[in-house]
Design a protein around this ligand. Structure first.
Ligand SMILES: [Zn+2]
Length: 665
């Protein structure tokens, strides 16, 4: 596969044809090598059923090709045209309250509806055949940001039928479903699969957590199958073109590990400023880095950014303007975490529609301004680096287990209103990020043995195989961390009441869970060697059965009881954290975990200066990123030379990026 450095997302149909050659020329001059198009343009290309008009798109591709620019085409299924909706209004999705979501925005489609599937089959087949032999079309994107629709995907009759089929396949008999869901509670038993409904609201009270969990799993499976349905048509027609998808960081509606299996490589839509950031100096460097690390970990390989923020963003309400240098810094943060190709969204700010203020490289008038100048300079400088560095990823010795199943279950029962699965993951990730220790994410299925440290926060649903897998990771010399609400439930979201899993958990952690306290509207205190730290949200009240105490609670009736423990297990250890930690405490826990494992920081830097490393067979590339709007000072490790050969005196200007390189022997 040919490699690309920089690109942009382009909508030629929004502009007069006379402008297209100038756009293409300006793109080439800037350093654009690849363009994504067509993912929202169904109505233009098929104005009436079976009447395809790809002439304008052909022409746009030709013009781009004349400037040496290749193309990725998106299938337009996130925005079916009005003529389809008028003929088949039943394909509009139904929300959780049973109300239709009508035409007039995007994502106004049900992904299970068989009639809609036939419309898609007709369009995608014609589209794929038309471009199969076009050498300038190098890849496909199916739909757009799958899962990024209204919060509640679809609860229509078609989805209900599919849900029933999914349940029948999973449980085979209704008796098994009743047992798995605990329907004896509140008289919820079902006589047959046909009587099970999608969980519409408002229900009279809280939903059965087992039903809610299965519906989330079903929704993810449906989205992945919707992608597979289109990917199969594309691959059959054009087997030599790649397929990718623009994922959205920590979004969990489709399980990205599963969706990733269908992709040649993953892509990310990266909007570090978002349209929600009210303060341009608010620090989100850790969260931005975490989402990039997660996208790389979907396939454990380098990835693309299919939409990288190129200006101020917003729909009805706008975020703050990116500060001078900040767009380039954000793009290079993506590169530092494993992106090979950066495609900026979008080429030119759109004059029409909902995304008028989701700004492009060019302003509305098409005349280059600050964003164009800054990003041109960035492309000129770093295109050679991206060409040289294609493929290598950071080498991580620490993994965080992000299990989508745990996330679903914790989303259903967060326990504390301010705590979520992702917030707990970020407690650990942020501490590692502050220490400049590289992190991979892993799924339940991944092999953990390549890592020295495995952090598995809130591993709520636990079966025997998972408990044994975690235990053998520690026994074989790994440093394992488990935290509160781990091992509490079974796969169907029922609480363990004894038996094999709690027994393995006790052997693993060396602690017994006696009670717990949910810290509503209050904080607690943890004492460790005379030092005091704050703790939040939750306290497990523990009894020891083999573990040693590292830290104790300093508050409440359980003052003096274990808060953080360590159990030696074979050649490794299992740390257990009974509470949510403040930053100082999580920094200390990370040192406690990584020290014995021999994992050390890439570099010590002041807060807000991120160090990240990509490693190839013969070179290490060290990135220093000043994520803050103030000048900072830092050193570099021995043996690294500035990649651009410019002298470095340790000063990083606001939002500065510096890259250093070391030849490996
Ligand atoms: Zn539906």
């Amino acid at each position: 596969m040919k490699s690309y450095t920089f690109g942009t997302d382009y909508y030629p149909e929004h502009w007069p044809k006379e402008r297209w050659p100038e756009d293409a020329r300006m793109m080439r001059e800037m350093g654009i090598e690849i363009v994504r198009m067509a993912e929202f343009s169904w109505q233009k290309f098929e104005p009436r059923e079976g009447e395809f008009h790809f002439e304008d798109l052909d022409e746009a591709i030709e013009i781009l090709a004349s400037e040496g620019i290749d193309v990725i085409l998106g299938t337009p299924s996130a925005a079916p045209p009005k003529w389809i909706i008028d003929r088949n209004p039943e394909i509009q999705p139904m929300d959780q309250n049973g109300l239709r979501r009508y035409f007039g925005s995007r994502h106004h489609d049900c992904q299970s509806n068989p009639v809609y599937r036939e419309h898609i089959r007709r369009y995608v087949t014609a589209f794929a055949k038309h471009y199969a032999k076009n050498p300038h079309v190098v890849g496909w994107q199916v739909d757009n940001e799958l899962g990024n629709s209204h919060n509640d995907l679809c609860y229509c009759d078609s989805c209900q039928n599919r849900f029933r089929l999914w349940l029948r396949e999973k449980y085979e008999t209704i008796e098994r479903l009743n047992e798995a869901w605990g329907t004896a509670f509140w008289s919820q038993g079902y006589d047959d699969f046909e009587s099970v409904s999608v969980p519409k609201t408002p229900a009279a009270g809280g939903l059965n957590p087992s039903l809610a969990l299965d519906f989330k799993r079903f929704t993810s499976d449906l989205i992945c199958e919707f992608h597979a349905f289109q990917a199969e048509i594309l691959r059959k027609a054009a087997p030599d073109k790649f397929i990718t998808h623009n994922l959205m960081g920590f979004c969990s509606k489709p399980n990205y590990y599963e969706l990733g299996k269908q992709l040649d490589f993953a892509s990310q839509d990266q909007y570090p400023g978002g349209h929600f950031l009210a303060d341009p100096n608010a620090y989100h460097g850790d969260r931005n880095a975490a989402e990039l690390d997660f996208i790389r970990s979907v396939k454990h390989q380098s990835f693309w950014v299919m939409e990288q923020q190129s200006g101020i963003t917003g729909w009805e309400i706008l975020g703050r303007a990116p500060r001078p240098g900040q767009l380039g810094l954000w793009a290079m943060q993506s590169v530092a975490h494993g992106a090979d190709t950066i495609v900026f969204f979008r080429w030119r700010s759109c004059a029409m529609g909902t995304e008028q203020y989701w700004h492009g490289i060019l302003p509305h008038n098409g005349v280059p301004g600050r964003y164009y100048r800054e990003l041109s300079a960035l492309m000129r400088k770093y295109a050679p680096l991206l060409q040289e560095m294609h493929g290598p990823v950071p080498k991580a010795e620490v993994a965080i287990l992000r299990s989508i199943d745990q996330e679903y279950a914790i989303d259903i029962q967060p326990h504390h209103p301010d705590n979520s699965y992702i917030s707990e993951i970020m407690t650990y990730y942020s501490a590692l990020h502050r220490a400049n220790i590289p992190v991979d994410f892993v799924s339940d299925e991944d092999d953990f043995s390549a890592y020295k440290v495995l952090i598995a926060p809130k591993h709520f649903l636990m079966n025997e195989a998972q408990a044994e897998k975690l235990k053998s990771f520690a026994e074989n010399g790994g440093q394992l961390l488990l935290s509160w609400r781990s091992g509490i439930k079974d796969d169907t979201n029922l609480c363990h009441t004894g038996g094999v899993v709690p027994a393995i958990m006790e052997k693993l952690t060396g602690v017994k869970l006696l009670e717990y306290d949910c810290l509503r509207d209050t904080e607690g205190c943890v004492e460790w060697d005379g030092e005091q730290y704050s703790c939040l949200h939750w306290c497990d009240i523990l009894d020891l059965c083999g573990a040693e105490v590292l830290a104790e609670y300093g508050h409440e009736f359980y003052k003096g009881t274990p808060a953080i423990t360590r159990n030696t297990l074979g050649k490794g250890n299992c740390l257990y954290i009974g509470t949510t930690m403040d930053d100082r405490l999580s920094d200390r826990v990370v040192r406690e975990l990584c020290g014995p494992a021999g994992v050390s920081p890439l570099l010590e830097t002041p807060f807000g200066v991120e160090a990240a490393m990509r490693v190839s067979d013969n070179k290490e590339y060290l990135f220093l990123l000043n994520l803050l709007g103030e000048e900072q000072k830092t050193g570099i490790p021995a043996g690294f030379e500035p990649w651009d050969r410019e002298a470095f005196d340790g000063t990083l200007s606001p939002y500065d990026v510096r890259v250093f390189v070391k030849e490996l022997q």
